[in-house]
Ligand binder design. Structure first.
Ligand code: F3S
Length: 373
């Protein structure tokens, strides 16, 4: 891979910047990139102490570096104010705060959300280095920004260098769809994403009977990424790059969905990925005449969205719905027997990573379940 003299010098410093440069260069060599290109932002996952532990914390400290570009952070393991209400113990909270202080020292924005695009939106065609699969697929597909599916470490290294190797989805030709997915039935976007992720290879371009709303595109992408590691999709007539390519000849048709019964939930969860303003307003519309929640329901969102909708959120909290910011159900160390959720990503990861049973419900079903006895 070609490196400029200035880039080569970064490798020779023998400090944390050199380590980051080594990571970026190794990645470029593995994927046969011919050079590095500048990025406008980075989004770093691997923030929860639950995931990185003491080893990760020590590694972060050892770097002693500053970020060169705007860098946002994925959820951590706790709500910074309400961690006791989540049942988190004090030693975990203190360790989590140490991790956040190190990131803050590097210059990260403590956004602590997997939906950084609700705080600022990269522009069409921007080269970025994002980790967090649900954010990557949204940035590529819905915004038309260009990022590979980075790991937390490679996104961090790119944030320090301000550059990423030029390969994969940074190159326009590699963003071409390879399979047309025609959906003829009613569908839930999370479930559809999980199913297509499991059954279809390559970059899909969807044909739907109607236009999808923003939250549906978000949930579709999160499902695709969680079961199929798919970093980009297109939607005919809707997403920003759909006109730029030929329609693929390979075609898959979905005309029905089976949704299996599951366990009886001791917790209902919405907000994986974190809830948008529109989704919180939808919850309000559903519950406004229903009295008080009778089952435990947790809603996860970013601090920014929570603050923007302060009045609506207070109304919902008065009715027994519980909001958490900064964290999420998968990366926090909470314990439950069975969780009901509309999130394909949570349905995929909670049993695998946390040994928690899951049951699917649509957005409305999840909210209404909280008001059943
Ligand atoms: Fe976000 Fe956590 Fe789900 S990071 S996508 S809420 S698993």
């Amino acid at each position: 891979m070609f490196l400029t003299r200035d880039e080569e010098k970064l490798l020779e410093r023998g400090d944390g910047v050199s380590k980051c440069m080594e990571i970026v260069v190794s990645l470029g060599e593995i994927f046969d990139a011919d050079r590095l290109i500048p990025i406008s932002s980075a989004h770093v996952s691997g923030v929860s102490y639950q995931n990185i532990g003491d080893e990760g914390l020590d590694w972060l400290r050892s770097l002693n570096v500053k970020f060169k570009v705007r860098t946002t952070l994925n959820p951590c393991g706790v709500d910074l104010d309400r961690w006791r209400e989540m049942g988190i113990d004090e030693s975990f909270f203190k360790k989590q705060m140490e991790v956040l202080r190190v990131f803050e020292g590097m210059g990260a924005e403590l956004t602590l959300t997997c939906t950084p695009y609700y705080i600022y939106k990269p522009k069409f065609g921007d080269h970025i280095a994002w980790s967090e699969s649900s954010a990557v697929v949204y940035a590529n597909s819905v915004l038309g920004a260009m990022t590979n599916m980075e790991s937390g470490i490679s996104a961090l290294a790119s944030a320090v260098i301000g550059k990423t190797p030029y390969y994969g989805l940074h190159i326009k030709e590699n963003r071409e769809p390879s399979v047309l997915v025609e959906v003829k039935c009613d569908f839930d976007p999370s479930m559809l994403g999980c199913k297509v992720g499991r059954e279809v290879d390559g970059i899909p371009i969807f044909k739907f009977k109607r236009k999808l709303e923003d939250f549906e595109l978000k949930l579709l992408g999160a499902g695709l990424a969680s079961t199929g590691n798919i970093p980009l999709f297109h939607v005919l007539g809707q997403t920003p790059e759909w006109r730029d390519f030929e329609i693929p000849r390979e075609k898959v048709v979905f005309d029905s969905f089976d949704l299996k019964e599951g366990c009886d939930p001791d917790l209902i969860v919405l907000g994986c990925p974190h809830l948008s303003r529109d989704e919180i307003l939808r919850v309000y519309q559903i519950v406004k005449d229903l009295g008080r929640a009778r089952r435990e329901i947790w809603l996860f969102t970013s601090r920014r969205v929570y603050e923007d909708l302060r009045d609506v959120v207070s109304y919902l909290e008065d009715r027994g719905l519980i909001f958490f910011r900064d964290t999420c159900i998968v990366v926090s160390p909470v314990r439950f027997r069975c969780i009901m959720t509309n999130s394909g990503k949570a349905l995929t990861y909670l049993p695998k990573l946390r040994g928690i049973d899951v049951v699917y419900g649509s957005f409305e079903e999840c909210v209404l379940k909280a008001f059943e006895l």
